[in-house]
Design a protein. Structure first.
Length: 408
């Protein structure tokens, strides 16, 4: 097991600097254009694939970094470049984590490479859990998966919403109800392979921020997938459902549910994205405050401005430490006895919202225009307190974990 240290090793520093270079030279200059176009920045994803940043190998390397800092460090740098473009680059990872968390080795080996495609034919993937009436309340999910034993196929019907890359993805990972009596314990995840009949894109959303990332409804009408597309396999599902039924009858053992396992693994990662956006806005504000002159002196000469910057930087560093702690705990198998993953996501996302708003204020009128990037960063930052569990849901999880009480 790796010793904990806050000092990045030489390999990590090299990766961080390489990613920072890509973020500064390729992502940041394209940010405004793709934000205005509100389209997936395919040329930037292709560029990322060419240099090896958009690839299974790269994420696997970071994922298996024994210190746990590979993924948060990579995400911070890419999202420092631009949140919308970075989400287009890393959105496939959410679907990949869904397969890693619940799939067999064979499923992992078959589907994850297809999610990324290859340099000459880049693909993206989507993870579809949320529904119009099942956002925070995952147990209200209605999309059904029914097993057709004669054909060894699953038949999926329902409407998913808010799916990052939904409809433009090759592989979709879809969470569906297999036993409605069991609430969220009766859910299972399925691979819907590319070009499967019955899956279509519904509404594409016009958004407040991260507009370079595609978000849409996914409609499933009698979508038939082979039995081997059930993540984890039928035998494991049957065993899990049997345990859940027993547990429901006795009020005993808790059963892990597929969608929550995916969200738990990705929470500190969202915190790292938020740290990237917050740091980007802080840096612009610091530079501006040192150069903008009013009343014959740089505005940073005023404590009212300088102290804001001091608080911004302190909160960003605190957020990063919480994210790194949670990522280190996840990698080294420490139990999240105080919901440290949720804490990191809560604090980092709220920090990003606050810091980007302060950056707009420090730039004055310029901060309110699209001539300067903080306006976009402020719009982008609003997503972090919403997706992968809202701030209120993080607080619920933390409060329940700390108290052991079923707080509502
Ligand atoms: C840009 C974007 C991308 C997304 N990408 C994906 C994706 O790839 N895949 C996917 O499956 N989903 C995705 N989501 C969905 C996202 O995870 C949900 O939007 C989020 O979980 C909140 O659900 P909701 O929007 O239905 O809000 P609701 O659950 O309706 O919440 C509305 C408000 O009520 C509050 N609230 C709800 N319940 C409680 C409670 N018990 N206590 C206190 N407050 C409460 C919430 O905190 C929130 O403020 C994405 C969303 C967006 C906006």
């Amino acid at each position: 097991m790796a010793e904990f240290t806050l000092e990045l090793n030489d390999d990590q520093k090299q990766v961080r600097d390489w990613l920072h270079g890509f973020a500064a030279d390729v992502i940041r200059p394209a940010a405004s254009e793709w934000d205005e176009r509100e389209e997936t920045p395919w040329p930037v994803i292709q560029e990322a694939a060419k240099v090896g940043i958009y690839s299974l190998d790269f994420y696997a390397q970071q994922f298996f970094d024994p210190t746990g800092l590979g993924i948060p460090m990579a995400l911070e740098e890419l999202f420092w470049g631009d949140a919308g473009i970075a989400l287009s680059i890393v959105g496939t990872g959410l679907a990949a984590v869904g397969v890693l968390a619940n799939g067999t080795e064979e499923q992992i080996g078959t589907w994850i490479p297809q999610m990324y495609g290859d340099v000459d034919d880049v693909k993206v993937a989507a993870f579809c859990s949320s529904e119009p009436d099942a956002g925070s309340d995952v147990a209200s999910m209605r999309t059904r998966a029914v097993y057709d034993q004669a054909k060894d196929e699953w038949v999926l019907n329902g409407t998913k919403t808010w799916a990052t890359n939904g409809g433009i993805a090759g592989v979709h990972v879809v969470v569906a109800v297999v036993d409605a009596e069991l609430g969220s314990k009766g859910h299972a995840s399925f691979i819907v392979p590319p070009n499967t009949p019955g899956l279509s894109q519904g509404q594409k959303f016009k958004k407040h921020g991260i507009r370079a990332s595609h978000t849409a409804e996914v409609v499933l009408e009698d979508v038939r997938v082979p039995g081997h597309c059930l993540l984890g396999g039928k035998e494991k599902l049957d065993q899990r459902l049997a345990r859940a039924r027993e547990s429901a009858a006795s009020g005993g053992e808790r059963v892990k549910n597929a969608a929550m396992a995916t969200f738990e693994a990705s929470r500190p990662a969202v915190g790292a994205m938020a740290v990237g956006t917050a740091r980007a806005a802080y840096e612009v504000a610091l530079d501006y405050a040192k150069t903008r002159t009013q009343f014959g002196r740089p505005i940073i000469d005023n404590q009212g401005v300088a102290f804001q910057l001091a608080d911004m930087r302190t909160q960003i560093d605190a957020a990063r430490l919480l994210v790194w702690r949670a990522s280190w705990m996840a990698t080294t198998g420490k139990p999240f006895t105080s919901a440290e993953g949720s804490m990191s996501k809560l604090y980092a996302s709220e920090t990003a919202k606050k810091v980007t708003a302060q950056a707009v204020q420090i730039l004055g009128g310029n901060g309110f225009t699209r001539e300067y990037p903080v306006e976009r960063m402020h719009r982008d930052a609003a997503i972090y307190t919403i997706f992968e569990g809202t701030s209120e849901i993080q607080r619920l999880v933390i409060a329940r974990t700390l108290s052991g009480m079923p707080i509502r």
